[in-house]
Every structure is written in structure tokens, then in C-alpha cells.
Design a protein around this ligand. Structure first.
Ligand code: GAP
Length: 454
């Protein structure tokens, strides 16, 4: 399906996000802060469900992965060693008339795209946010907000090795905030100055890197489909040699077809031994690995699947957005994977009398011990279903006249709108089964995951 035949637009998504409490503009009452966003009550649940799915599938379910949570502030030498002080730059030009700034590599002509004015020569602009540690604001106390979580993993490589029983090949994953002073942020959550990343650094023996790179490309490409993104809206794009980051031997992006075009969700890079070598040289600490079996010592190579959180979240929302007709009325429905949906079920009394609200509240409270469940008694039952459809709640549980006689309820499916009647005592088990995590593919992903790419 192409973008043009989909009902979704960025305007519809941003309106829905604001109206229903997924995402708000940061500091909105002061006019907002450009490219910074706050996750509201539903957005924070969706974000947590995405990061938890990632953590469960990539750390908990695998024998060859461990997790880490390193500090955002790091020794300034880290960023010298990593090449970010010198090389993490974009070419910047200023308009001499209107004073606006642009990325030189994104301009189509020699003049200012806003006012047609003359532009300055391009100069390199470092994307790292700088601040000072302690009370003295001088060069010696300059530190940076990390522009990627990856470096926290590299500088802890020996710590993890010494404190765990991990043997190569193995990986370290972490989720955390990163910051980049982007010159041209935009497209809602797509390019922001503060964002979260889900990163894996997977350490392999040199020579095994090409094979592991292929495996991770296949695994990560399959992951987005496992949580509902349609295959035809995803592609894997290999970088040309002119696009590669300063550390990368090779890279492929998982791209999604957003309403504004195909764009990167995640990069899967082969970083070679760049980072461990640079940190060994700069710190003077030996970061090599001794293989007990082969009696060889080497600097491991690194395969890095690196995703944001905001971009996948936006892709899950865009892909789930649909409009159709239910009971003769138009509805917006978010067909989110139930495991990602912010609220798992809504409980409704059909009538606001005859003991039905009290019964519905008891059901809500019992289910709330297991899942995020809401209660709604306002308006017609049709309107209540619509409200939940719009935020992607997969199950609607209705208490009616029959409930009061035989302790059964109807469970409505958001997507098919079919209703089945079931005993109240079966609800928790039934919902738990429908919300169970997918069986992960065998982590030797040659089979299912690879087939998904081909
Ligand atoms: N450690 C490697 C690294 O950071 P990257 O391609 O610069 O690689 C990885 O970033 C991912 O982080 C991207 O695929 C994207 O999902 C997310 N990301 C990067 N910059 C971002 C920004 N300004 N706003 C939102 N997400 C961003």
C-alpha cells in the first residue's frame, strides 16, 4: 500500500496526540520550546510498552545479552576518544539578511530558502550540548550531554567482562536519553534535540563481524513487524560509503514510510574495533579480550543496532491509525498491537443503574491488579467504544442485564468489533493470554527473521 492511499497524515497524528494525551508540546504555556515534547498519560504508557518489549526481547530473552544504565554525564575525554569533539558536526550556513541558520548539505541552491538572501561560507557546527561541571565555567570544567548512549557501554566493556561470565560473542544493551543540538529538528517526534535511544553494542571476534551484522539486520527488521508494523511500510537500506558515520565500516538503516516519506527508524552499524581501540589508546587501559579457548587476544569488533524510541513510537502510531465506519458512524481507530496499547481494557456498565456500575467497578479493580484498565460510564455505549477505539484500547468489557444474573460479560474486540460473552472469572486469564509477549524467534535468527527480510 502506498502512502497516498492511507488515511493517515502527520496533522491527524499530532492532533490526536494532543487531544487524547499522548504527546504535548514542551513548556506549552510559555509558547513551547522548539522540538521538545512531553509524553502525556497515554504517551508515557505507549513509550514504556515499547521500551519494555525491546528490553524483554533483546536482553531478557537472550542468553548472549546483558543490560546497563550508564550516566548521561561522562568524562570529557570520552568524547575526544570517540571522535565526537572533532567529527560530530554538521556544515552550517547563516543568511546575511534574515540571520536564519541552515544545514549547508540540505540546501538546494546557493541562496537563503526563506528570503533569497546571501549565505555565509559553511562552517562546521558541533552537535553536542555543552555545559559546566561545578561552579567554575571554564574550559577545564566543560562537559557534554551525551549524544549517544553507546559510549557508556564501551567504557564499561571491561567492567561487564570482569563482573559477569559473558564470553564473546555477547552484547550489552541500554535505554536512555541522548541530546543533540540539531540544526534542523522537525517532523514532530522524528528529529528532536532531546530523545531516548535503545542501543545494543554486540562484541564479536574480528572476522565474524560480517555474519553477525547480517543476523542483527534480519533480527531488528523482523522486530518491528512482530509488533504490528506492516511489511510494505518497512525497508532495509544500505548506506553508501559517503554516508557512513566516522566510526562505521558499514551500516544499514531500517526505514519506515512516514507520511513525510521513507526515513530512518534504526541504524545497524558495523563499528569495527574503532571505539575500543580509541578508548584503549586514550585511557591507556588495555580493553582487549582474551579468548580462553583459542588462547588468542584481540580487540573485539562491534555490531551496533541503534534505535530511537520517539521514531518507532511515531511509526507505531502512524501504522496503527485508521478510519472506518462502525455501527453506521465514522470512527478513528488505532489498531495498535495489544501489547503496545496504553490501556488494555475498558469496563463499561451498559446502564447507570441496577447495580451495573458497582459490578463494573469491581471488575475494573480486579483487572487493574494485572493490567492498565479504565472505567467509563459517560454517554451512549457506542460513544464509549469510539473513545477507546481512538486510543487503541483492544478490549471493551460490558456489564449488562445478563451479567447481574449469570456473572458473564461481553468482550468486544477493537478491530473486528465482534463481541463474545464470557464468565467474569475467566477475564484475567483470557486477557493475559491475548497480551502475552510473542515467542521470540530462536536467537540464531537464520530462519524466521531472515526469511522476513528476504
Ligand atoms: N550510537 C549510534 C547512533 O547514535 P544514530 O544513527 O545517530 O546512531 C541512532 O542514531 C538512532 O537514534 C536513529 O536511528 C534514531 O532512531 C535515533 N535518533 C538519532 N537522532 C535523533 C533525533 N535528533 N531525534 C530523534 N531520534 C533520533
Amino acid at each position: 500500500m502506498s502512502t497516498t492511499s492511507r488515511p493517515v497524515t502527520m496533522e491527524k497524528i499530532t492532533n490526536l496526540c494532543k487531544r487524547r494525551g499522548f504527546v504535548f508540546q514542551s513548556s506549552e504555556i510559555y509558547g513551547g520550546l522548539a522540538s521538545c515534547w512531553d509524553y502525556g498519560p497515554l504517551g508515557v504508557e505507549l513509550k514504556r510498552n515499547i521500551t519494555e518489549a525491546w528490553w524483554r526481547d533483546n536482553i531478557v530473552a537472550r542468553e548472549d545479552m546483558v543490560g546497563l544504565d550508564s550516566a548521561i554525564l561522562m568524562h570529557p575525554k570520552v568524547w575526544e576518544a570517540s571522535g565526537h569533539v572533532e567529527g560530530f558536526t554538521d556544515p552550517l550556513v547563516d543568511c546575511k539578511s534574515c540571520k536564519q541558520r541552515f544545514r549547508a548539505d540540505q540546501l538546494s541552491g546557493p541562496k537563503c530558502p526563506e528570503c533569497g538572501g546571501e549565505l555565509t561560507e559553511a562552517r562546521q557546527f558541533n552537535l553536542m550540548f555543552r555545559t559546566f561541571m561545578g561552579p567554575v565555567e571554564d574550559t577545564a570544567s566543560t562537559i557534554y550531554l551525551r549524544p549517544e548512549t553507546a559510549q557508556g557501554i564501551f567504557v564499561n566493556f571491561q567492567n561487564v567482562l570482569n563482573s559477569s561470565r559473558m564470553k564473546i560473542p555477547f552484547g550489552i544493551g541500554q535505554i536512555g536519553k541522548s541530546f543533540r543540538n540539531e540544526i534542523t529538528p522537525g517532523n514532530f517526534l522524528f528529529r528532536t534535540r532531546e530523545f531516548e535511544q535503545m542501543e545494543i553494542e554486540f562484541f564479536v571476534k574480528p572476522g565474524d563481524d560480517a555474519e553477525w551484522h547480517e543476523r542483527w539486520k534480519a533480527e531488528r527488521f523482523a522486530w518491528y513487524q512482530r509488533y504490528g508494523i506492516r511489511r510494505e511500510h518497512l525497508r532495509l537500506r544500505e548506506h553508501g560509503s559517503d554516508e557512513l558515520a566516522h566510526y562505521a565500516k558499514g551500516c544499514a538503516d531500517v526505514e519506515y514510510e512516514f507520511p513525510f516519506g521513507w526515513s530512518e527508524l534504526e541504524g545497524i552499524a558495523n563499528r569495527g574495533d574503532f571505539d575500543l581501540r580509541r578508548h584503549s589508546e586514550t585511557s591507556g587501559k588495555d580493553l582487549s579480550y582474551f579468548d580462553e579457548e583459542t588462547r588468542e587476544r584481540y580487540l573485539p569488533y562491534v555490531i551496533e543496532p541503534s534505535a530511537g524510541v520517539g521514531r518507532p513510537l511515531l511509526a507505531f502510531l502512524v501504522d496503527a491509525y485508521d478510519e472506518d465506519v462502525a455501527d453506521g458512524e465514522e470512527r478513528i481507530v488505532l489498531r495498535l498491537d495489544p501489547r503496545l496499547a496504553p490501556i488494555k481494557a475498558a469496563v463499561f456498565p451498559l446502564l447507570r443503574k441496577a447495580g451495573q456500575p458497582e459490578k463494573a467497578l469491581v471488575i475494573r479493580d480486579v483487572l487493574k491488579q494485572h493490567f492498565l484498565v479504565t472505567y467509563d460510564q459517560a454517554g451512549s455505549i457506542g460513544r464509549r467504544y469510539r473513545r477507546q477505539d481512538e486510543i487503541g484500547t483492544p478490549f471493551g468489557i460490558t456489564v449488562d442485564h445478563q451479567t447481574m444474573q449469570d456473572d458473564t460479560v461481553t468482550v468486544r474486540d477493537r478491530d473486528t468489533m465482534e463481541q463474545v460473552r464470557m464468565p467474569v472469572e475467566r477475564l484475567a486469564t483470557e486477557l493475559r493470554a491475548r497480551l502475552a509477549p510473542p515467542a521470540p524467534p530462536p536467537h540464531d535468527v537464520d530462519g524466521a527473521a531472515r526469511a522476513a527480510v528476504e
